[in-house]
Design a protein around this ligand. Structure first.
Ligand code: ARG
Length: 587
């Protein structure tokens, strides 16, 4: 049980003893540390319920619980706030329990769910934009967090591989290589000839074709036809499409791996392609979908809508299935085949309307079953001009360029501070990449995800302050103290009651871990982890400055401090791991 929940039980019992609701005993970390370490504000609510004076209630509760040996300071402030502090012995007891627990005192969820995290969402041939980058960073952290919290989590890249852009790419290839056997309807493969088409080609052709299709109705018709023929299985087109998918996926997976991001599933929109036709037909038969001007739509408006919510189009008048159709069928698959209880869509806020329509449609058709569908929306990452961030090389964000850019910025910072100096070149560049990626991820995750923020690589890579690199350095420093101690044959021992305020503060901070994890899960908000990691590292550094661990003459004290360093290192390691940040062995 966490410290806060245990204190809540103690104070709750106090409320019960004076005939009041034990639920009023909830305890929080104090926002007035000068008055106490913790506080309970429940006397105010209890007083309202019981029509009594809050201050009297608080006094009565305090005298009920005053004999508890864990409590050191109890007082009542203002209209009835109860201030509570722990004895140093109690703090040490909790700290030892935390240090002895492989999960650092965080209990796994008692009601584990199957959670699908739908994140990154890269597309065939299309370059990523900042929305994909933020989705990748936030989604990866949520995946790690939910998994640690005890849920069964499947992270899915939901590859964009089945829409009209496939037809456009086929049309683009046809213009350049009309003689390919893939275009000969009389043949149906296999196509042994290697295709001369690279990802760079596709990325160059796609935006040009997309722009032309917007202006040229004939070309648009051709792209639509090619999409339809692909979707109904024309062999040559399927072979081309498989090639597009392969070259896109290979390079994207490499880039994601360099960011430390791996997917459990690399499903795509195309994964559900065989479900689309039957789903649309069944929805029509069941009356959940209706025909409208030759298209098939699902009405999703609700009586108390303040603005119009238009129907979700699941089949166009040209017979094509759309983005929403694959999303709907994917819900069906995730619920029916993967037993999902909760699906988190980590997608930028600009797609809110789409998800509103899709979620409503899923409840109309029953596709969601009992699963909860949540759009985990986020703001944009902006450049210094306030517009969505772009890399220098042009309009779009190439993950590769970005990784190189953050690595270079981190290398410059390391040079500036003489860090990693004299290390072998390969190790130095591996460290620079880890530091650069940490700067990027932390710079993103420390923000409330709903807000937009400015991408400022210089600030993000600072080795001091609320940054990823600062936390890496703190973790490396903790590790090196432990290594040095081991080298000197110094063992760690039980954690003793804190004798100094810096020690006490560090311990009380770390003991909040269970609630921080809980809050981050509940709000789907990694920024609580980021903030807490920073506070822990900052408290550690104050402790470290004041307490000369390795030269401390009192062996018991030194052993206790070493155990505290060990617990702090594991706490920071866990938090960084949940943020997707890797710690270099040395810096
Ligand atoms: N590929 C999409 C895009 O680039 C993002 C996919 C988001 N996930 C989903 N299930 N729709 O906009």
């Amino acid at each position: 049980m966490s410290v806060l929940s245990e204190l809540g039980a103690v104070v709750g019992a106090g409320f019960a003893a004076v005939g009041l609701d034990p639920g009023c005993g909830a305890v929080l970390v104090s926002n007035r540390p000068d008055l106490g370490q913790f506080q309970c504000n429940g006397a105010l609510a209890a007083a309202r319920q019981a029509g009594r004076n809050p201050r009297e209630i608080a006094d009565a509760v305090v005298s009920e619980i005053a004999s508890d040996h864990r409590l050191a300071g109890l007082s009542v402030a203002g209209p009835g706030f109860i201030n509570i502090s722990l004895t140093d012995e109690a703090i040490a007891g909790y700290m030892n329990a935390m240090a002895d627990d492989s999960r650092l005192g965080v209990a796994p969820s008692g009601a584990p769910l199957v959670v699908v995290v739908d994140y990154a969402g890269p597309n065939v041939a299309k370059a990523m934009h900042v929305g994909h980058l933020r989705s990748t960073i936030i989604g990866d952290s949520l995946k790690r967090l939910f998994r640690f919290a005890g849920h069964r989590v499947l992270g899915d890249a939901h590859f964009g591989d089945w829409g009209l852009q496939m037809g456009m790419l086929i049309a683009a290839v046809r213009e350049r290589y009309p003689g390919l056997p893939h275009f000969d309807e009389a043949l149906d493969g296999p196509y042994s000839e290697p295709l001369p088409i690279t990802l760079a080609d596709l990325q160059e052709w796609y935006p040009v074709m997309a722009a032309r299709v917007g202006e040229d109705e004939d070309l648009a018709g051709e792209a639509r036809r090619a999409t339809r023929e692909l979707q109904s299985g024309r062999a040559g087109y399927v072979a081309l499409w498989e090639h597009f998918v392969k070259v896109s996926r290979e390079s994207q997976e490499r880039d994601f791996a360099d960011l430390g991001v791996e997917f459990d599933l690399w499903y795509g929109e195309s994964t559900v392609r065989d479900l689309l036709r039957p789903m649309v037909d069944e929805s029509l038969a069941a009356g959940a979908a209706v025909e409208s001007d030759g298209a098939v739509v699902i009405e999703v408006a609700e009586p108390d809508d303040k603005t119009d919510v238009s129907p979700l189009i699941v089949q166009t008048s040209h017979g094509a299935f759309l983005y929403g159709t694959t999303d709907l069928a994917t819900i069906e698959m995730r619920v029916d085949e993967m037993d999902a209880d909760l699906i988190l869509y980590v997608v930028d806020a600009r797609q809110s309307y789409h998800f509103e329509q899709v979620f409503r449609a899923a409840s109309r058709t029953g596709a969601a079953g009992g699963a909860a569908l949540e759009h985990i929306r986020f703001g944009t990452m902006n450049g210094s001009d306030g517009a969505p961030f772009k890399t220098r090389s042009g309009g779009v964000l190439r993950l590769r360029d970005l990784i190189e850019m953050v690595t270079a910025a981190a290398a410059a910072r390391l040079d500036e501070s003489d860090l990693a100096a004299g290390y072998p070149e390969a190790e130095r560049s591996a460290i620079a990449r880890r530091v650069g990626v940490a700067a990027l991820k932390f710079g993103d995750l420390v923000n409330n995800r709903a807000s937009s923020y400015v991408f400022d690589l210089y600030r993000f890579t600072a080795l001091e302050g609320k940054t990823g690199p600062y936390l890496q350095m703190a973790a490396v420093r903790m590790g090196s103290i432990l290594d040095k101690a081991a080298g000197l044959g110094l063992a760690s021992g039980p954690i003793a009651p804190p004798a100094m305020e810096v020690e006490r503060r560090l311990m009380l901070r770390m003991l909040q871990l269970p609630e921080i994890i809980e809050r981050a899960v509940e709000l789907r908000a990694p920024n609580h982890l980021a903030e807490f990691a920073y506070e822990t590292a900052a408290d550690f550094s104050r402790f470290y400055e004041a307490c000369h661990i390795l030269t401390e003459p009192d062996a018991g004290r030194r052993a206790s401090w070493l155990a505290l360093v060990g617990a702090a290192r594991r706490t920071l390691e866990l938090l960084l791991e949940l943020l997707g940040i890797e710690i270099p062995d040395r810096m």
